[in-house]
Design a protein around this ligand. Structure first.
Ligand code: HEM
Length: 174
């Protein structure tokens, strides 16, 4: 499947929009997590964990899945391929890892929101550094994926070298 130049431009626009949008959403998430950890105001602390749960479900998860889906379309629909270049494979691994951890973490977000909504729970039980730590790690991974997407460093995988050889042989034949 090779995308026409017009469709490729639209596809890359969609890919960059959702992927870099995901980076921006993680930055906002870091700010909310930091407020939850440091604020002295009980309502603000409890509210932070409620907002983080909603933001993870309704913003981070859709952006992560869309980034993955548009990235795969972009790879398969262009000569880059999904497994031919190291930079594409690394981006794929980063995105799958970050998305999987996020999906597994949704139960934890729901549990933290439950504690935050419980007036009987003290603020020490509500505060939790885990979302901040995870979001900072995720930001590092997503920034690495952004740099790889823009720089596109050279380097073929073994599969990519074999595919390039096969297509040369098909053109020039024995
Ligand atoms: C955190 C996730 C990701 C981010 C932040 C990201 C970001 C970007 C950026 C900024 C570009 C540059 C567009 C350009 O200048 O040409 C790009 C291109 C690209 N990305 Fe991603 N990306 C992500 C995930 C993925 C995934 C999972 C794949 C594939 C499995 C992928 C495959 C590609 C390909 C093939 C291009 C080149 C498009 C073209 O030249 O037509 N990306 N990405």
């Amino acid at each position: 499947m090779t995308l026409s130049p017009r469709v490729r431009r639209m596809a890359v626009t969609a890919h960059v929009t959702v992927s870099v949008g995901w980076v921006g959403a993680v930055l906002t998430f870091i700010a909310i997590a930091a407020v939850g950890l440091t604020s002295d105001d009980a309502t603000t602390v409890r509210g932070s964990y409620l907002v983080m749960d909603a933001a993870a479900r309704f913003v981070l998860v859709p952006l992560a899945l869309l980034s993955l889906a548009t990235g795969v379309v972009q790879s398969l629909g262009t000569p880059w391929g999904l497994l031919r270049h190291h930079w594409v494979v690394v981006k794929l691994l980063i995105t799958v890892l970050a998305t999987a951890v996020l999906l597994l973490y949704l139960r934890t977000f729901a549990a933290m929101a439950g504690t935050a909504a419980d007036p009987a729970a003290g603020l020490d039980a509500v505060r939790n550094p885990s979302p901040l730590v995870h979001a900072v790690l995720a930001l590092g991974l997503l920034l690495a994926a952004t740099v790889l997407g823009v720089v596109k460093p050279r380097g073929l995988t073994r599969f990519g070298r074999r595919a390039a050889e096969n297509s040369r042989n098909a053109h020039y034949g024995p």
